[in-house]
Design a binder for this molecule. Structure first.
Ligand code: BV8
Length: 249
């Protein structure tokens, strides 16, 4: 990564009023949450079709819940890193700042981000398969696998968007609106292969925004981005904040 990229990115951010940020599993990697793809990714150990689809849950809800219970256990033991914390601080620094995340780990909220769009749901929420009611549940490990709805007795499922399922219409509309309206979009720690999330930076670019990518590795978005900063989010974002020097705004 060249310092020139960092200072060009800081120039773009400094002159912008409307910022959108899209994050993926990479931003939580330095907290100790496994990513999905890549050499140590979850999809190297497990098949998405067996665990993260409605068909998998219908076939074997216990297996799916055991996998989520294991992931909840990992996430329960970690804390937000400087990447999450920098984004939380930036929310108050820009007139409009939307943080869109594909992550279900809840670490952005834990870091203090408030204007947050959780596109794929949240691992600490459960949904009743009969009544569609959503409730918080922070037990780790879970008391009973699979869990059942205390009000109607039906099976509960993770409040997470699986492959082949539609995203919440309010969430995805808010995400596209923020992407269309922003002047700069930061795309951090995502392999940019899962849709519709991967279409958000394209929408932003088509609407005239500059795209800044932060990722140690190239992705399908890299050639489209105006600036690709090669590095880890927990290192790059605090350095970008230093370059921005909000004291003079
Ligand atoms: C849907 C469960 C309508 C959550 C997840 C073509 C066009 C449009 C759609 C499709 C299409 N082909 C197929 C589809 C459908 C599918 C899709 O996109 N498939 C892809 C794989 C081809 N999409 C859907 O099904 C979506 N729904 O489209 O509805 C519909 C309905 C039916 C049929 C068609 C359409 C629903 C998608 C929801 C997926 N849910 N998993 C869970 O249990 O957690 S996906 C999973 O991937 C996670 O949710 C995750 O958030 C998401 C994206 O992954 P990333 O976050 O990018 O993570 P990844 O590991 O891949 O990458 C990490 C990156 O970080 C790497 O680049 C790495 O280099 C970088 N990194 C590492 N360390 C660091 C770092 N970066 C910075 N700092 C570091 N330290």
């Amino acid at each position: 990564m060249e310092n020139r990229d960092l200072s060009r990115a800081a120039d773009l951010l400094r002159s912008a009023r409307r910022i959108a940020v899209l994050t993926g599993a990479g931003i939580s990697a330095e907290s100790g949450v496994p990513t999905f793809r890549g050499p140590h990714g979850l999809w190297r150990q497990f098949r998405a079709e067996d665990l993260a689809t409605p068909e998998a849950f219908a076939r074997d809800p216990k297996l799916v819940w055991e996998w989520y219970d294991w992931r909840r256990g990992i996430i329960a033991g970690v804390v937000p890193n400087p990447g999450h914390r920098t984004l939380a601080e930036w929310e108050a620094r820009f007139p409009e700042f939307a943080l869109i995340t594909q992550n279900v780990d809840g670490l952005h909220a834990k870091a203090g981000s408030q204007n947050l769009i959780e596109l794929h749901g949240n691992i600490w929420k459960m949904r009743c398969t009969k009544e569609d009611t959503v409730s918080d549940d922070f037990d780790s490990p879970l008391k009973k696998i699979p869990p059942f709805c205390p009000s109607c007795g039906a099976l509960l499922r993770p409040h997470i968007v699986w492959f082949g399922e539609s995203l919440d219409t309010t969430m995805i509309s808010r995400a596209f609106a923020a992407s269309s309206a922003c002047e700069v979009m930061l795309v951090i720690g995502t392999s940019s292969v899962v849709y519709p999330a991967a279409a958000l930076p394209i929408r932003a670019g088509e609407s005239g925004a500059k795209i800044i990518e932060v990722n140690p590795d190239p992705t399908p978005l890299s050639s489209y981005a105006d600036i690709s900063i090669r590095g880890k989010a927990g290192d790059i974002l605090p350095r970008l904040a230093e370059c921005l020097d909000f004291g003079d705004r």
